[in-house]
Design a binder for this molecule. Sequence first.
Ligand code: ATP
Ligand code: SF4
Ligand code: MG
Length: 322
Amino acid sequence: MPPVLVVEGLRLYYGMGKDVVKAVDGVSLELDRGEVLAVVGESGSGKSSLGYAIMRLLPENAVLYDGRILLHDGGAEFDIVSMDEEALRRDVRWKRISMVFQASMNAIDPVSTIGDFIYRIVREHRPDLDKRRGLAAAAEAIKSVGLPVSVLDMYPFELSGGMKQRVMIALALILRPLVVILDEPTSALDVITQANVISLLKSLRGDVSMILITHDLALASEIADRIAVMYAGKIVEIGPSDAVLTSPRHPYTGALLESTPTLRQDRALSSIPGRVPSLIRPPPGCRFHPRCGHAMDICRREEPPMVDVGPGHRAACWLLRT
Ligand SMILES: Nc1ncnc2c1ncn2[C@@H]1O[C@H](COP(=O)(O)OP(=O)(O)OP(=O)(O)O)[C@@H](O)[C@H]1O
Ligand code: SF4
Ligand SMILES: [Mg+2]
């Protein structure tokens, strides 16, 4: 079976006055049916932009958007970058691929009940459903995320943060998509609520393919089958979670692991010196070179290619050339 999603050479640049922000700069990845792929990286590395680019939800100041995104559903193939906007809206977005936006739980309409809020959104995509059937679909989705149906009659202020996040996940699942992109689904929640949402995501594993965007490697290690590490608009390492976490091959992945408390309880934590570079003028060669303790001359001049470092495991670093 082909992967449900294939992304090749995806780029999304934003205009900022005379400057161009290269937020997603040549990203390639694949997602199998029922698989969870975590995309990890520091703030500003382009993770949310990658999610928006895959959904083709582009801000007004997008100045470049190209590459290929193929979504496979049975025998049907949808080419998200180049397909007609109307067909994208009708056949793909939300129906086959949906997204839980970063901090979106604060965007629930405060003056509607949860049921009306969900029904309004369902109606946009399934005008064939009357209110009774729309609310029945909403009830089913609400139950699937472990909430009581009575939530449909409640207003957002009556719900805790964790319940609101579950409502947003229910909304993303309501049209039974093949792929859901979850952008930092737990980051605004307290620890106990986080644990609840994590167990919800675990229970959904296998039914739906997920791209889990997070700066939290511990969360990625708990849920994901594979991990993609993003740095300054690019994927620098991708592979099975175990391999990436236990034998990281890119120095940036190693540094991220060293700075993650829950994964390194046995050792002193270290922080990564410096910060994510400006995506307006990213460093030449390897974008990590100003912060890398192993940087060589070639790193400052030439971009390292992605190379195979193990089964399904790839990384882009000049130290890995054979
Ligand atoms: N519409 C926009 N116009 C210009 N620059 C943008 C726009 N949206 C994001 N950026 C910039 O693009 C870069 C990548 O941003 P993005 O939000 O994708 O990163 P992120 O990895 O999701 O970060 P975080 O972990 O903080 O959510 C950042 O430098 C950000 O400031
Ligand atoms: S290519 Fe060079 S600078 Fe980049 S991570 Fe590898 S060693 Fe460090
Ligand atoms: Mg983000």
